[in-house]
Write a new protein. Structure first.
Length: 179
Protein backbone atom coordinates (compact mmCIF):
# COMPACT_ATOMS: atom_id res chain seq x y z
CA UNK A 1 0.00 0.00 0.00
CA UNK A 2 1.28 3.46 -0.73
CA UNK A 3 0.58 6.82 0.81
CA UNK A 4 -0.97 5.59 4.05
CA UNK A 5 -0.56 7.79 7.10
CA UNK A 6 -1.27 7.37 10.77
CA UNK A 7 -1.21 9.60 13.82
CA UNK A 8 0.11 8.03 17.03
CA UNK A 9 -0.75 8.97 20.59
CA UNK A 10 0.83 7.83 23.82
CA UNK A 11 -1.59 9.09 26.49
CA UNK A 12 1.36 8.73 28.94
CA UNK A 13 -0.10 10.57 31.94
CA UNK A 14 -2.35 13.41 32.96
CA UNK A 15 0.63 15.77 32.47
CA UNK A 16 1.96 14.95 29.00
CA UNK A 17 1.23 13.31 25.66
CA UNK A 18 3.48 11.68 23.13
CA UNK A 19 2.37 12.47 19.57
CA UNK A 20 3.61 11.47 16.12
CA UNK A 21 2.60 11.42 12.48
CA UNK A 22 4.14 8.78 10.24
CA UNK A 23 3.35 7.94 6.64
CA UNK A 24 4.33 4.96 4.59
CA UNK A 25 4.83 4.86 0.86
CA UNK A 26 6.04 1.70 -0.87
CA UNK A 27 7.12 0.26 2.49
CA UNK A 28 9.28 3.32 3.34
CA UNK A 29 8.57 5.47 6.39
CA UNK A 30 8.39 9.22 6.51
CA UNK A 31 8.26 10.69 10.01
CA UNK A 32 6.64 14.07 9.51
CA UNK A 33 5.91 15.10 13.09
CA UNK A 34 6.80 13.98 16.60
CA UNK A 35 6.57 15.81 19.89
CA UNK A 36 5.90 15.51 23.58
CA UNK A 37 3.23 17.94 24.70
CA UNK A 38 3.67 18.92 28.34
CA UNK A 39 0.36 20.10 29.66
CA UNK A 40 0.37 23.29 31.71
CA UNK A 41 -1.30 23.48 35.11
CA UNK A 42 -5.05 24.02 34.98
CA UNK A 43 -7.57 25.17 37.57
CA UNK A 44 -10.06 22.49 36.52
CA UNK A 45 -10.09 19.15 34.75
CA UNK A 46 -12.49 20.66 32.23
CA UNK A 47 -9.87 23.24 31.21
CA UNK A 48 -7.29 20.44 30.84
CA UNK A 49 -9.67 18.37 28.70
CA UNK A 50 -10.40 21.37 26.47
CA UNK A 51 -6.67 21.98 26.01
CA UNK A 52 -6.12 18.33 25.05
CA UNK A 53 -9.08 18.39 22.64
CA UNK A 54 -8.06 21.66 20.99
CA UNK A 55 -4.40 20.61 20.65
CA UNK A 56 -5.28 17.25 19.14
CA UNK A 57 -7.95 18.68 16.84
CA UNK A 58 -5.52 21.24 15.43
CA UNK A 59 -2.92 18.54 14.67
CA UNK A 60 -5.41 16.09 13.19
CA UNK A 61 -6.85 18.76 10.91
CA UNK A 62 -3.34 19.69 9.80
CA UNK A 63 -2.04 16.16 9.13
CA UNK A 64 -5.29 14.41 8.08
CA UNK A 65 -4.32 10.86 9.12
CA UNK A 66 -6.06 7.77 7.79
CA UNK A 67 -6.23 6.39 11.34
CA UNK A 68 -5.19 7.26 14.90
CA UNK A 69 -3.21 4.63 16.75
CA UNK A 70 -3.19 4.92 20.51
CA UNK A 71 -1.20 2.98 23.05
CA UNK A 72 -3.79 1.31 25.26
CA UNK A 73 -3.82 3.21 28.52
CA UNK A 74 -3.43 0.72 31.33
CA UNK A 75 -3.44 3.32 34.09
CA UNK A 76 -1.19 3.35 37.10
CA UNK A 77 -0.85 4.98 40.49
CA UNK A 78 -3.69 6.22 42.61
CA UNK A 79 -7.26 5.76 41.49
CA UNK A 80 -7.85 9.47 40.81
CA UNK A 81 -4.81 9.50 38.48
CA UNK A 82 -6.14 6.46 36.59
CA UNK A 83 -9.57 8.08 36.36
CA UNK A 84 -8.17 11.39 35.05
CA UNK A 85 -6.02 9.53 32.53
CA UNK A 86 -9.00 7.54 31.28
CA UNK A 87 -11.06 10.73 31.03
CA UNK A 88 -8.26 12.33 28.97
CA UNK A 89 -8.24 9.29 26.67
CA UNK A 90 -12.01 9.67 26.30
CA UNK A 91 -11.54 13.29 25.24
CA UNK A 92 -8.99 12.19 22.62
CA UNK A 93 -11.36 9.52 21.30
CA UNK A 94 -14.20 12.04 21.15
CA UNK A 95 -12.02 14.42 19.15
CA UNK A 96 -11.20 11.65 16.66
CA UNK A 97 -14.85 10.60 16.47
CA UNK A 98 -15.96 14.18 15.78
CA UNK A 99 -13.45 14.36 12.92
CA UNK A 100 -14.49 10.97 11.54
CA UNK A 101 -11.12 9.33 12.22
CA UNK A 102 -10.96 5.71 13.37
CA UNK A 103 -9.04 4.98 16.59
CA UNK A 104 -7.18 1.73 17.12
CA UNK A 105 -5.71 0.93 20.54
CA UNK A 106 -2.75 -1.42 20.93
CA UNK A 107 -1.52 -2.99 24.17
CA UNK A 108 1.91 -1.86 25.41
CA UNK A 109 3.32 -5.42 25.56
CA UNK A 110 2.39 -6.02 21.93
CA UNK A 111 4.03 -2.75 20.89
CA UNK A 112 7.21 -3.72 22.74
CA UNK A 113 7.24 -7.16 21.12
CA UNK A 114 6.79 -5.87 17.59
CA UNK A 115 9.21 -2.94 17.83
CA UNK A 116 12.00 -4.49 19.94
CA UNK A 117 11.43 -8.22 19.67
CA UNK A 118 10.65 -8.51 23.40
CA UNK A 119 7.37 -7.87 25.17
CA UNK A 120 9.41 -7.00 28.26
CA UNK A 121 11.54 -4.26 26.66
CA UNK A 122 12.53 -1.22 28.71
CA UNK A 123 11.88 2.40 27.71
CA UNK A 124 15.44 2.91 26.42
CA UNK A 125 15.19 -0.19 24.21
CA UNK A 126 11.98 1.16 22.66
CA UNK A 127 13.58 4.55 22.04
CA UNK A 128 16.63 2.94 20.42
CA UNK A 129 14.52 0.66 18.20
CA UNK A 130 12.32 3.54 17.09
CA UNK A 131 15.40 5.63 16.33
CA UNK A 132 16.78 2.91 14.09
CA UNK A 133 13.51 1.90 12.43
CA UNK A 134 12.51 5.39 11.29
CA UNK A 135 16.06 6.69 10.89
CA UNK A 136 15.78 9.61 13.28
CA UNK A 137 17.80 11.23 15.99
CA UNK A 138 16.96 10.00 19.45
CA UNK A 139 13.35 10.82 20.40
CA UNK A 140 13.06 13.61 22.96
CA UNK A 141 11.04 11.46 25.32
CA UNK A 142 9.80 7.94 25.80
CA UNK A 143 6.29 9.27 25.18
CA UNK A 144 6.91 10.32 21.59
CA UNK A 145 8.91 7.10 21.05
CA UNK A 146 5.86 5.17 22.26
CA UNK A 147 3.60 7.13 19.88
CA UNK A 148 5.88 6.26 16.95
CA UNK A 149 6.18 2.64 18.14
CA UNK A 150 2.38 2.40 18.22
CA UNK A 151 2.19 3.41 14.57
CA UNK A 152 4.98 1.03 13.57
CA UNK A 153 3.16 -1.81 15.33
CA UNK A 154 -0.03 -1.00 13.44
CA UNK A 155 1.87 -0.98 10.13
CA UNK A 156 3.30 -4.43 10.92
CA UNK A 157 -0.03 -5.84 12.10
CA UNK A 158 -1.76 -4.49 8.98
CA UNK A 159 1.03 -6.06 6.89
CA UNK A 160 1.98 -2.71 5.38
CA UNK A 161 5.62 -3.49 6.26
CA UNK A 162 7.57 -6.63 7.01
CA UNK A 163 8.10 -7.66 10.61
CA UNK A 164 11.19 -6.18 12.23
CA UNK A 165 12.26 -9.18 14.31
CA UNK A 166 12.44 -12.90 13.60
CA UNK A 167 10.72 -13.78 16.90
CA UNK A 168 7.56 -11.90 15.86
CA UNK A 169 7.52 -13.80 12.58
CA UNK A 170 7.49 -17.07 14.49
CA UNK A 171 4.72 -15.79 16.75
CA UNK A 172 2.55 -14.89 13.76
CA UNK A 173 3.13 -18.28 12.08
CA UNK A 174 2.28 -20.10 15.29
CA UNK A 175 -0.98 -18.18 15.68
CA UNK A 176 -1.98 -18.93 12.06
CA UNK A 177 -1.22 -22.62 12.52
CA UNK A 178 -3.41 -22.74 15.66
CA UNK A 179 -6.46 -21.36 13.80
Amino acid sequence: MSNFCAFGIDPASTRNLGLAFLSIDNRKFSLEFHDTVILPDFDTNGARYKYIYDTLEKLLLKYKPSIVIMELSMGFGKSFVRQNLQESVGVMKLCCHNLGIEVKEIAPKHIKLIVTGSGLAKKEEIKESVKQLVNMEKPKSEHEADAIASILTYFVDAELVDRFHEITKKTKKTKKQEK
